[in-house]
Design a protein around this ligand. Structure first.
Ligand code: ADP
Ligand code: 5GP
Length: 200
């Protein structure tokens, strides 16, 4: 059984940016592709970024107990981690990277307490978070409003996770994320040796 690296934060804090970097850097990580009922963004691909589905399809899978965890993150917008993703990635003998909301992160940690590293991505300030989300230009005004409202609550969850990573300067944050992952997955005894091996 591999490990679980859970990246969580309010919308706009930089989860996707950090998870994508980790996946590019470490080929021992596989991305848990979540199911969602929200609309696909232009740059997203079904089966790569998410499994996009209707609310009915999602609810059917939920009834069949296909989810390790799920949340109605925004009204009528469901997101969930499929048990089959965890099996798929472990069969490839990889560790798993997740990009989930704060409740999903808590649920995954609860299911796999020893094997999970849950990292909370903290924006430098709430104003900067909102600025990033707006500048990303993926959301309309209604969606931005929902995300802003939720982010205030989500920022209070910071202390519930194993690590807090402040995403101010991006290059620094990416390096810190790499170090946190390596430190968690390497065997505890031969610290420097295993780090070198993994970096090759
Ligand atoms: P999330 O997945 O948490 O919603 P994203 O990774 O999409 O967040 O990041 C939100 C926006 O902020 C994106 O446009 C991204 O390019 C930008 N961004 C991420 N990290 C930083 C940073 N450290 N400084 C400035 N902009 C950033
Ligand atoms: P977005 O619509 O911006 O892609 O994601 C909105 C929120 O849903 C983010 O906080 C994201 O991490 C979260 N999310 C994505 N996939 C899942 C999932 O499988 N489970 C849960 N609980 N949240 C998810």
């Amino acid at each position: 059984m591999g490990k679980l690296i859970v990246i969580t934060a309010p919308s706009g804090a930089g989860k996707t940016t950090i998870v994508r970097h980790l996946l590019k850097t470490f080929d021992f990580l596989g991305f848990s592709i979540s199911a969602t009922t929200r609309e696909k963004r232009k740059y997203e691909k079904d089966g790569r970024d998410y499994y996009f589905m209707t609310v009915d399809e999602f609810k059917k899978m939920r009834r069949r107990r296909k989810f390790l965890e799920w949340e109605e993150v925004y009204e009528n917008q469901f997101y969930g981690t499929l048990k089959s993703e965890v099996e798929r990635i472990w069969e490839e003998e990889k560790h798993i990277a997740f990009d989930v909301d704060v409740k999903g992160a808590k649920d995954i940690k609860k299911s796999y307490p020893e094997e999970t590293l849950a990292i909370f991505i903290k924006p430098p300030s709430i104003e900067e978070l909102w600025k990033r989300l707006r500048n990303r230009k993926t959301e309309d005004e209604a969606s931005l409003k929902k995300r802003f409202a939720r982010s205030k609550r989500e920022l209070k969850y910071e202390k519930k996770f194993d690590k807090v990573l402040v995403n101010d300067d991006l290059a620094t944050a990416l390096k810190e994320a790499e170090d946190m992952v390596l430190d968690f997955i390497k065997p505890k005894k031969s610290k420097s040796k295993s780090k070198k091996k993994l970096k090759k």
